[in-house]
Design a protein around this ligand. Structure first.
Ligand code: ASP
Length: 414
């Protein structure tokens, strides 16, 4: 699959760029399937990367398991999976090559919360956030203190940087600048002089060159052939990645949890929205629960999950509540679509009666990778989210298509 978005930008995007908020309004007024379904409980809703773990968690929830424990059963799956580069073990590291994880949780029945930020060497930070809630009088611990706390309550320290994530980071490091000592030096047979005149070649050709060079370096670093294009993609467009899950049992008890490795190659110490109670996750036993994945900095500024729960308190449906939060992000940019096309956000929303919605700023990353939520209410399924804008978020800067012989057989990991 091609790594560029250009080929995927549909005419619908162009239309939405032109009509901005009006287009958003009319699109969002369609009643989504999920709002018109009869509400059912128990129910779990999660980010799509939780799909494979819903069966086990649903059986546990249905048999009387605690709502937060059930939600953690879902998010622990990707946390433990070395091939999921968005959370836990194998998460993409910060700019120094160190994996730093964030998580928070809220337990509706006891109205408690726990959170950890920028934690190193501990894989299951969702459970560490729960342990902060259960074993301390605090709500949030960060950095070294959070790691020491985790070890004190029994979590093992382990190296979270898998070989594949380390090589992708190394590729990013080498690509970062041709004015440092990372990457092949002038004695290397493959060394190429720095480009002197960017004007000498069209921009598209320069990008093609860069992709080809990165692909060759990925091979030299030992990245498996099928992951090379995915590695190049991550280097050019550092991804975000997260999982949220909210759980509601038949008694109406509700909880939520969000966990992440955040933004790839971030500054050490950067915390996104995921550990922020009220942004990455918020649960109120009287109303419902919401969580977020996507551009963390934008979500913090609108306190997304809290905004959604408060909207539902004032009578909005889960869908309306989520769309309103997305519009606040749009408002923060005065509807400037030249900026908003590089932002994306998905909200997972569950009301106390079992009504739910998945909404997102854009339809997805590409036509082939629409945003989805995973749901289990007795039937496990994935549902496409309702977007505020028709079209696909873009990567910055844009690049031309990948040469077909490189694109073929490559695994696209977004
Ligand atoms: N929201 C997360 C963060 O900014 C990343 C993501 O959801 O993809 O850290």
């Amino acid at each position: 699959m091609s790594i560029t978005r250009r080929g995927f930008i549909e005419s619908a995007v162009v239309a939405s760029l032109a009509t901005s908020l009006n287009a958003a309004d009319s699109n969002a007024q369609d009643t989504p399937k999920s709002d018109s379904r009869p509400a059912k409980r128990p129910i779990l809703i999660s980010a799509h990367n939780g799909f494979n773990y819903l069966d086990d968690a649903f059986a546990y929830l249905k048999s009387g398991g605690d709502t937060l424990d059930s939600a953690i059963r879902v998010v622990k799956g990707p946390e433990n999976d070395p091939n999921d580069t968005s959370v836990g073990l194998g998460g993409l590291p910060n700019e120094e090559g160190v994996v730093e994880l964030d998580a928070c949780c809220m337990h509706g029945p006891t109205r408690r919360a726990g959170s950890v930020g920028a934690v190193r060497n501990i894989k299951n930070v969702s459970m560490v956030a729960q342990a902060v809630m259960q074993h301390t009088g605090h709500v949030m611990l960060v950095g070294e203190g959070a790691e020491r706390f985790a070890v004190a309550v029994g979590f093992p320290r382990e190296n979270l940087l898998t070989d594949r994530s380390r090589k992708i980071w190394l590729l990013w490091k080498e690509n970062h600048s041709n004015e440092d000592w990372w990457g092949p030096g002038i004695a290397d047979p493959n060394w190429k002089p720095p480009r002197t005149s960017p004007e000498a070649k069209p921009q598209a050709d320069l990008w093609q060159d860069r992709i080809l060079q990165l692909h060759a370096r990925a091979a030299a670093l030992g990245i498996e052939p099928e992951f090379r294009m995915a590695a190049v993609r991550r280097v050019l467009f550092p991804p975000t990645g997260t999982i949220h899950c909210s759980a509601l049992n038949d008694k109406g008890e509700i909880s939520g949890v969000t966990t992440t490795s955040g933004l790839a190659f971030k500054l050490p110490g950067r915390c996104g929205d995921s550990p922020i109670i009220g942004a990455g996750c918020y649960t109120d036993q009287d109303i419902g629960s919401a969580g977020a994945t996507g551009s963390g900095e934008e979500n913090i500024k609108v306190a997304g999950a809290h905004t959604i729960v408060e909207n539902m308190r004032r009578g909005m449906s889960p869908h309306e509540a989520g769309i309103d939060a997305l519009k606040r992000i749009v408002r923060n940019y005065n509807g400037d679509m030249t900026r908003l096309k590089f932002v994306d956000m998905t909200y997972y929303i569950l009301r106390k009666d079992g009504a739910y919605a998945g909404v997102s700023l854009w339809q997805g990353y590409t036509k082939d990778t629409p945003h989805k939520i995973a749901v289990h209410d007795g039937t496990r399924r994935a549902e496409v989210t309702t977007p505020l804008f028709q079209g696909y978020s873009e990567e910055f800067p844009r690049v031309p298509d990948v040469p077909p012989d490189l694109a073929k057989d490559s695994v696209y990991l977004k």
